[in-house]
Design a protein around this ligand. Structure first.
Ligand code: PLP
Length: 437
């Protein structure tokens, strides 16, 4: 129970009802400066957001200039747009990566997931197949906290209170979690075939003419800890989606925008790209909230052939100030070749993690890509025995790290079949070797 003193100390409903969060007073590069004068290295950019650090002066200037010279707010639902909104979309979709040709911008990743699902449903309506409303997602996945996004998230503890709202039109298949799910002696290829068969069987069980889309993260972030798929997995998934006309929705809200060493994480999977993609977090470096949905040209063609326009929108969608911040962030990333830097510094981070932390007891697996890594903890390395969920092992790691001046993000809550005690290590794209050490 919180004490009276604790209750009186803030009118904000914080996540913990018993522990007071530390007040951050400013940012300083990779670090957060706390009210009590302590400086904490933010090794995860919050939840993988502040990709250019906490005090990028060029972005601050871009935001200020936008406010002075442009307009703070326009309702971009209708009938207006703004130069910043248009320019950001142009930047992201120049050259039509993977055939992606249109963008909409929203505020949070969860809104982006909701929008992606709704656009997929509208697509099937316009294609004359309105019965396609079923989505297949993966167990132990996370695509956001709104009711719509939770429906396709296999994150058990986050769904627990809301079971009555969870749609029966969503089913789940296994994630590509080789560390625990690959059978002894099974090759990557056999593992992929097994998962692909399960996915295809699920489409057949539901009925191919009922399945609207499949949603997955190319590199799973918070539930399974920076988990890339084994080679060939997404190729097999893409092929099956194509065979049955199922839309492939890739959630790059946490793994995208350069941190894995390519602008889009799916570029490393040897596929032509998704039909719908969500982006967020690092898109604007965290200066103003912004997320987005990118659509393949085939989706746009179908939507625009319909008569009704876009059946989706928010008051604060495509906020010009957020777009101005993101333009500045994306310009810096391009100018300073930071996606390549993520790749190169990622090799150094991997070496450090494997050499310095890998040999320690309780370290089960170290995995990731670019500057997007996680460490999974286990009770027994050989047997891969997880900690009991009630031990909240990660919470202890996170708290002790904070005491030592290091901010890292641990898994939040029980996500499903496997207890995956992990912490993320995803520093800003500008991190130095010294800071990595
Ligand atoms: N999708 C993924 C993969 C995420 O990691 C998250 C947040 O962590 C979301 C969606 C939801 O984003 P937001 O918290 O901005 O709503």
């Amino acid at each position: 129970m919180p004490t009276d003193d604790f209750v009186a100390s803030s009118h904000i409903l914080h996540r913990s009802f018993t522990e007071r969060p530390s007040k951050v007073i400013r940012g300083d590069g990779i670090s957060l400066v706390l009210e009590d004068g302590r400086k904490v290295i933010d090794a995860t950019c919050g939840p993988s957001v502040s990709c250019l650090g906490h005090s990028q002066p060029e972005i601050v200037e871009a935001i200020t200039n936008h406010l002075k010279n442009d307009i703070a707010y326009v309702y971009s639902g209708s009938p207006y747009t703004n130069a910043a909104i248009e320019e950001l979309a142009d930047m992201l979709l120049a050259g039509k990566p993977g055939g992606l040709s249109k963008a909409i911008f929203v505020n949070s990743g969860s809104e982006a997931t909701d929008a992606a699902l709704k656009l997929a449903v509208q697509y099937w309506h316009e294609k004359g197949q309105p019965q396609r409303t079923h989505f297949i997602a993966r167990k132990q996945s996370y695509h956001g906290n709104t009711i719509g996004a939770l429906c396709v998230s296999g994150h058990e503890s986050r769904r627990a209170f809301y079971q009555d709202f969870m749609s029966p039109n969503v089913s789940f298949v296994d994630p590509c979690y080789a560390y625990r799910m690959k059978h002894k002696g099974e090759t990557d290829e056999e593992f992929v075939q097994r998962l692909a068969r399960q996915f295809e069987n699920e489409i057949l069980r539901v009925g191919p003419d009922r399945v609207a889309g499949f949603i997955a993260e190319p590199v799973s972030g918070t539930t399974l800890g920076c988990l890339p798929a084994v080679p060939g997995y997404f190729k097999a998934i893409r092929d099956i989606c194509d065979r049955y006309g199922v839309l492939l929705i890739l959630d790059e809200i946490i793994c995208g925008m350069g941190k894995t060493g390519t602008m889009h994480a799916w570029e490393q999977e040897g596929i032509r790209g998704p039909d719908i993609q969500t982006i967020g977090k690092a898109l604007g470096g965290g200066f103003v909230p912004l997320s987005g949905v990118l659509l393949h040209q085939k989706i746009f063609h179908a939507l625009s052939a319909g008569s009704g326009g876009l059946a989706h929108g928010h008051t604060f969608q495509a906020h010009p100030l957020a777009c101005a911040a993101a333009i500045s962030a994306q310009r810096i990333i391009k100018r300073d070749n930071l996606v390549e830097r993520c790749k190169q510094m990622g090799y150094k981070l991997e070496d450090l993690l494997r050499a310095e932390i890998g040999p320690m007891p309780l370290i089960g697996d170290i995995r990731g890509r670019g500057l997007f890594w996680a460490i999974e903890f286990v009770l027994d390395k050989e047997l891969k025995t997880p900690f009991p969920a009630q031990a909240k092992f990660c919470d202890q790691i996170v708290k002790n790290s904070l005491r030592l001046g290091l901010n890292i993000l641990g898994n939040l809550g029980h996500t499903g079949t496997y207890q995956v005690d992990h912490v993320l290590v995803c520093p800003p794209y500008t991190v130095t070797e010294e800071e990595l050490s």
